[in-house]
Design a protein around this ligand. Structure first.
Ligand code: NAD
Length: 496
């Protein structure tokens, strides 16, 4: 048994007092590597109090000071990217290059937030009436909390905290208890970047801590990313308590491949989008919709690529795909493949039979063809290295399939036909769309969010919508009569 992982409150590590802990695994070794403290309601109360005090002070800090701390945080992330990536790989299992990729995508949000002096500029209407000016300002909410999933232990917290902090809030992070260490490294970086104690807090925990944050009257807003059932619970509970809530849920992302597509380009893109990070990405492609006669060519192109994927410990150079997060999850994913096969899908490449490292929570890359929408492998989010191929006859049939799916996070089309791509972008009922791009995660100066069961609330995450989410608007109507006007006695000489 290794380390003990504790909370970060008011600028330092605070050992938990609840007496409850959870094991943290190294999934590539299949061993418990640490124990993480799970916060009680009383610990949440203490952390919120410290954050509240810090928020009162932090909102008075100048915009230039906030920007310079964000620039320093950017520097920390650059200098310590390797260290952070190693921590992510050890607890999550994704390969080192993938972990560096997630840090790079998180860092973009710090760069965006460093523009806070520009982002918080309001409007000004001079002379709305005689001697009357009207202007708008945006002010922080106070204490805001982020509850994050295991699959991006650095990027998703950075989606939230960079903007929240830049806007003058104190941010409490409740990371996934499955890979909690990255959050403590982020806390250390914020401190070294010059952020005052209490503005960034890490509270480890499970449902008890989450519910305590949802119930706490001093937590003004909740940002959540995770599975759909929990997102719904967070949204319903948080909004019922009068909080702002943005709750991003699960996904079942489709890639539509038209007969005119460049099959090699599509196959390369889909393999990396389906099996990267062992499929544990909310923007992973998990269904390929093959239109017309492209199907056989595409399935063949996908199938020849899969045996070349090197599966192993993500910390070892040259590995393409690491393990799944837990043994239970690995078994659940393999169970879906069993069910798919039983219900008539053709197992083209069978990851259950891959040669895999003996220890660790590994499963090989699996390709299922002739999947139909009634099968559980199609209906459910599997969140593993399993790609379904659904065959359809026409573009319209493929579009309708995507639009009938309850999830609507991301989607992609592969084609050489600009008109078809534009029609797809116009008609598809999904929040993020790729055209010959398999994982269309928006850059940080746009916002990230799906539709339907992939997002509860109306604010997408990060970018301009993140700034709006973490601030409330105030409009000032002000009258300053002209001192030279004879109608007003100001009690001092009106000529100079
Ligand atoms: P999860 O829903 O199990 O957990 C997410 C967070 O909620 C964790 O911090 C966890 O501790 C907490 N939590 C879990 N159960 C809870 C409960 N009953 N009550 C209160 N809190 C609870 O998700 P996960 O397994 O960590 O992550 C994978 C899921 O996240 C997938 O469904 C994936 O699609 C989704 N995800 C979505 C996006 C997106 O942008 N839409 C991004 C990343 C991950």
């Amino acid at each position: 048994m290794g380390q003990h992982i504790s909370h970060w409150i008011d600028g330092r590590i605070r050992p938990g007092t609840s007496g409850r802990t959870a094991p943290v695994f190294n999934p590539a070794l299949g061993e418990v590597a640490a124990e993480v403290d799970l916060a009680s309601t009383a610990e949440v109360d203490k952390a919120v109090l410290a954050a509240k005090q810090a928020a009162a002070e932090w909102r008075t800090s100048s915009l230039s000071r906030r920007a310079s701390i964000l620039f320093a945080m950017r520097q920390q992330l650059h200098e310590r990217a390797d260290e952070l990536a190693s921590v992510i790989t050890a607890e999550h299992g994704k390969v080192h290059a993938d972990a560096l990729g997630e840090i790079a995508r998180g860092l973009e949000n710090v760069e965006f937030a460093a523009g806070v002096p520009q982002l918080l500029k309001g409007g000004f209407s001079e002379q709305a009436a005689t001697d009357v000016d009207v202007y708008s300002i945006r002010q922080p909410l106070g204490v805001v909390a982020g509850i994050t999933p295991f699959n991006f232990p650095a990027m998703v917290p950075l989606w939230m905290c960079a903007n929240a902090i830049a806007c003058g809030n104190a941010f409490i992070l409740k990371p996934s208890e499955k890979d909690p260490s990255a959050s403590l490294l982020l806390a250390d970086m914020w401190q070294r970047a010059g952020l005052p104690d209490g503005v960034f807090t890490v509270l480890h925990g499970d449902r008890e801590a989450v519910d305590a944050l949802l119930e706490h009257p001093d937590v003004a807003a909740i940002s959540f990313v995770g599975s759909t059932p929990v997102a719904r619970h967070i949204y319903e509970t948080g909004t019922a308590r009068g909080k702002r809530v943005q709750a991003l849920g699960g996904a079942k992302n489709h890639a539509l491949v038209l007969p005119d597509a460049d099959v090699d380009l599509a196959a390369d893109a889909i393999v990396s989008a389906a099996y990267g990070s062992a499929g544990e990405r909310c923007m992973a492609v998990s269904v390929t919709v093959a239109v017309g006669d492209v199907a056989d060519r595409l399935v063949e192109a996908l199938a020849i690529r899969l045996p070349k994927l090197v599966i192993g410990d993500g910390a070892t150079a040259g590995t393409d795909m690491g393990p799944l997060i837990t043994a239970e999850h690995r078994d659940r994913v393999a169970g879906y493949v069993d069910e798919g096969e039983r219900s008539g899908a053709r197992v083209v490449v069978d990851g259950r039979e891959s040669t895999l490292p003996e220890s660790g929570f590994f499963l090989g890359a699996t390709l299922l063809d002739h999947v139909t929408p009634d099968m559980s492998v199609y209906r459910d989010e599997i969140f593993g290295p399993v790609l379904d191929v659904v065959r359809v006859d026409t573009f319209e049939e493929g579009l309708a399939l995507i639009n009938n799916n309850p999830y609507a996070n991301g989607t992609a089309i592969f084609t050489r036909d600009g008109g078809a791509a534009r029609k797809f972008q116009f008609e598809v009922q999904v929040g993020m769309v790729g055209i010959n791009v398999p994982i269309p995660v928006p850059v940080a100066y746009y916002s990230f969010g799906g539709w339907k069961a992939s997002l509860f609330g109306d604010a997408h995450m990060y970018g301009p919508e993140g700034i709006a989410f973490y601030t409330k608007g105030k409009v000032v109507t002000s009258r300053w009569p002209d001192p030279s006007s004879s109608e007003v006695d100001l009690g001092f000489p009106t000529t100079r």
